[in-house]
Design a protein around this ligand. Structure first.
Ligand code: KMH
Ligand code: ZN
Length: 286
């Protein structure tokens, strides 16, 4: 079990509208301020969905690069770009996000119903993301929405080799309407299906945030929190801001006697060289 807890911040996502959730960080300034505040509270990784000047989700490369650069100028956080985007984003635009040369990127391991929508992740897209990340020295975080997607991960690694850095890190995204429930039983069911040596984090969407966080900590896992996943802090109490969620996660990690990892410690855990900025045109590891 890791002696510290990796806290990943997912501050914005692609699902909520700024009009509905005014505290959602969408401008460059808001994202940078959120990242800085949340690093101070214990976040080490930033899972980033970019918004355009119209506040809507965008994969526009100049805009993505602008936000990545601004975050790097102000924080030491590991910058993990979302390649999931929004459910409406086409595969080529999701792949092109890697051109912004993040340290890390998410890689979703299967198609899943996403409320009334479908989050589309066919095998060929999974392989293309995996191999492009290997070639460019970008470390994937494998997003798992259901138990069977862990079998896909094993098949992916068997056929296409380990990710850049050689370490496998999985995020169990639980409680999505259409995916696995955000319960201790579902989390426990995933653990034997993780590849040997892999680490995992867990994210509980909506009201499952707290039970999933507690279950993950009890099982030696890491945490992802943020307004991408959770807009209610307690029954009838909207989240004030991302810092409130990171502070709660960091506090629980300390209670579990696995305090938050610093960004350099996170890089070590994830196999990201110190000071790496994802620019490496490095050879695939296999
Ligand atoms: N916005 C969801 C459809 C990811 O970032 O890789 C997909 C998502 C996963 O958030
Ligand atoms: Zn995301």
């Amino acid at each position: 079990m890791s002696s510290g807890t990796l806290v990943t911040l997912a501050p914005t996502g692609a699902e909520s509208a700024k009009e509905d959730v005014p505290a959602l960080p969408v401008t460059v300034e808001e994202v940078v301020a959120t990242a800085r505040d949340c690093q101070a509270l214990g976040a080490a990784v930033l899972h980033l969905h970019v918004r355009g000047t119209d506040t809507r989700p965008t994969l526009d490369l100049p805009r993505v690069r602008e936000v990545v650069t601004a975050v790097r100028e102000t924080t030491d956080l590991v910058v993990q770009l979302s390649t999931g985007g929004a459910v409406t984003d086409p595969a080529d635009a999701r792949l092109a996000v890697l051109d912004a040369a993040p340290d890390a990127a998410s890689l979703s391991l299967g198609t899943v119903n996403f409320g009334r929508d479908v989050f589309y992740n066919p095998w060929d897209l999974i392989v293309e993301l995996h191999t492009r990340m290997q070639q460019r020295g970008i470390v994937p975080e494998y997003e798992v929405f259901d138990l069977g997607q862990l079998a896909t991960l094993t098949r992916l690694l068997d056929r296409h080799g380990l990710p850049h850095g050689g370490h496998v890190h999985v995020d169990l995204v639980m409680g999505v309407p259409g995916g696995m429930p955000g319960s201790t039983a579902a989390l426990a069911a995933c653990l034997p299906a993780l590849p040997p040596g892999a680490t995992f984090a867990a994210t509980g969407v909506g009201r499952t945030s707290l039970p999933v966080m507690l279950a993950a900590l009890s099982a030696g896992g890491h945490l992802r929190v943020g307004m991408e996943d959770t807009l209610t802090y307690a029954p009838d109490e909207p989240v004030r801001d991302n810092a409130q969620l990171v502070a709660r996660a960091a506090g629980l990690a300390r209670i579990a006697q696995r305090p938050p990892l610093t960004p350099p410690q996170a890089r070590q855990l994830l196999g990201i060289p110190a000071g790496a900025v994802g620019t490496a045109a490095q050879p695939a590891r296999s």
